[in-house]
Each structure stands twice: as C-alpha cells, then as structure tokens.
Design a protein around this ligand. Structure first.
Ligand SMILES: [Zn+2]
Length: 324
C-alpha cells in the first residue's frame, strides 16, 4: 500500500508527505469525507510509510517484512478498529487502550486506524478522548469519519483534520473504463450517480444504474400538477428507495443542470448519451426557471440528508419543480 495507489486525493497526500518529511507527524489525524473516496486506503498507506523499514523518501518500499505484514493485514503494531454491527463500542476502545499500553513489537510506533469513528457510541467516544488527551508514548492514531460535525468537538480538536474531497465525475468515469472495462457511456452515467465516490461506482451494477437513470428521468419529465396522483406516487417511490435517495436526487439535479447547459454550453453536458433530448428540453425552459429548479433540488438534498420527513420533502420538492 502506497501513496501512489491513492486516486484523486493529491491535497491530502501532499500534506501527509510534507508532515513525514519534516518529521512533524501529529499523534492523531482525522480524515473526513464521503465513503469510497480513499480515506481508508490513505490511512493504510500512511501507516505503511510510518512502519516501513526501508522507505525511500515518502515511498514505503512494499517489500520489507513490515510492508508485507501491513499488506496482508497482520502487522502486530497496527490495530484496526471498525464498527462491530452499527457502532464502535466501548469494549473496542478499551481493548485499544490496552494495546497502546504495550510496547511496540517491532518498530517504535503503535498505530491505530479507527475507521468510521462517527459510529462510536458516547462511552466509546469519551474513552477515546482520554487516550487522545494523554496519548501513550509511540501511539499514533488515524480516525476516519464522514464529517467533522458527527464527532465530539473535543475529539476533533485533538486531531489534525484533513478533508478528503469527492472525486470528479470525469475521473470516476475514467477509472470505470480502465478498472471495470466499462463502456464510456455507462461509465459516464454511473459516475454522475456515484456523487464523487469512486468506491461506490466501482461496486455498482453499472447497467442497472443506467437503466434506473433512464426510468427516473422518464418519470420525472411526465410530472405535472394536473396529474397529482402520479406526482405523489413518484414522491413515494423516491422516498421508499432510501439508500439511493441522495443519488437519485443528484441524478435529477444533474439532469436539470444539463438542460441548463444545453442552452448555455452544450459541450459541458454530463449525460452525454442524451444530448439530443437535452437540447430539445432546453428550448422549453428559461435560464432563470432552470436555476430555480436546481435550487429547489439542492434544498431537498440538504433536507433529505438531515433525515427530515422524506416523503413530505419530496412531495413539496416535486410540486415546486412543476410550478417553475
Ligand atoms: Zn517497507
């Protein structure tokens, strides 16, 4: 595992390389960002570098016993903590504390990667806070989480925070073509759907995503205030598909965005396979109406993320979109 294996997180990697070169590695790091953008891979790469016995510059050698043990997941000085079920429990953090009390087996550092630290229950979080307040000698921690606001502020303030950015849809599409041997058209659609998460795109059933996008847009474009029954039905089916709700809203937003770009700059259309349809739609709406629609969708995305009454949020969103 090496920094070279990390895709699209140049800023984070630059920061880590610099800290390592200057010998200013803080005792705790916090990586935040949506799932599937390389937080865990970067944590492992940095752990490899810190433990490697013959690193060249900021590149772990990949062949020393330490690198090999990390790659195979059994380095005695690397502890991996992740949710057991839905939460990271206090027993897990207590076990970590006990591990940290031991001297390093091989090098001079013991490293813990605490993945999805936002799933710690309050007892676990408070126990971790104590470790962070008085880190044992040689202890080094990397926490990963979705967003800073999901963690205790006292935990955040004890860590050096690095924000991981969502990847561009161009980069994701490219990786789908090279890694999954996907056709470019399907890759472009899935890249929009994945909302910046390469991990999600790589795991997705690409053909299904493309089919669902087509259905989504088809249904969306037939909505009208004169057919409230089907509008409410559409809101209901969106709200029931909870796991895909944010992706579906993103696809609708990109669809409207594309119609706007159909008017302003057709080259920048993301749903490239639908260019003709998009240009036809772009004749129907004004720029200001399309901008208003995008705003409505963004508002719904925020409300849906906060877990507000999904069905009502979607009903209001669709009615307002039809009014524009
Ligand atoms: Zn090595």
């Amino acid at each position: 595992m090496n920094f070279e294996d990390i895709i699209g997180q140049d800023r984070a990697v630059r920061f880590l390389r610099r800290a390592y070169e200057k010998n200013r590695v803080p005792h705790a790091l916090l990586y935040t960002g949506i799932p599937g953008i390389g937080k865990r891979t970067t944590a492992l790469a940095f752990a490899s570098l810190l433990q490697c016995r013959s690193a060249k510059g900021t590149v772990a050698c990949g062949i020393c016993p330490s690198c090999k043990k990390i790659d195979s997941g059994n380095h005695p000085d690397l502890v991996f903590v992740e949710p057991s079920g839905a939460f990271i429990k206090i027993e897990q953090i207590r076990a970590l504390r006990n591990e940290f009390a031991l001297k390093p087996f091989e090098g001079n550092r013991r490293i813990a990667i605490i993945a999805d630290a936002h799933t710690m229950n309050p007892e676990a979080a408070n126990t971790l806070l104590k470790i962070l307040e008085e880190p044992p000698k040689g202890a080094f921690m990397i926490l990963t989480a979705h967003q800073v606001s999901d963690l205790l502020p006292t935990i955040v303030s004890r860590c050096q925070h690095i924000a991981f950015a969502p990847l561009s849809s161009e980069l994701i599409a490219e990786k789908l073509v090279t890694k999954r041997k996907s056709g470019r058209q399907v890759a472009d659609i899935a890249a929009v759907w994945a909302q910046g998460s390469l991990g999600m795109a790589l795991q997705a059933d690409l053909k299904k995503v493309a089919q669902e996008r087509n259905q989504l847009i088809e249904q969306f474009e037939t909505l009208s205030l004169n057919k409230m029954h089907s509008l409410l039905g559409f809101a209901e089916s969106l709200s029931k598909d909870k796991d895909n709700l944010l992706n579906n809203l993103e696809m609708l937003k990109v669809w409207i965005r594309d119609i706007l770009f159909g008017k302003l700059c057709p080259k920048k259309i993301l749903n490239k396979d639908l260019v003709e349809k998009i240009e036809e739609f772009s004749q129907r709406y004004s720029v200001s109406s399309l901008l208003a629609k995008i705003k409505i969708l963004q508002g719904a995305q925020v409300a849906a993320q906060k877990g507000r009454n999904r069905r009502l949020v979607l009903e209001v969103m669709l009615i307002r979109l039809c009014q524009e």
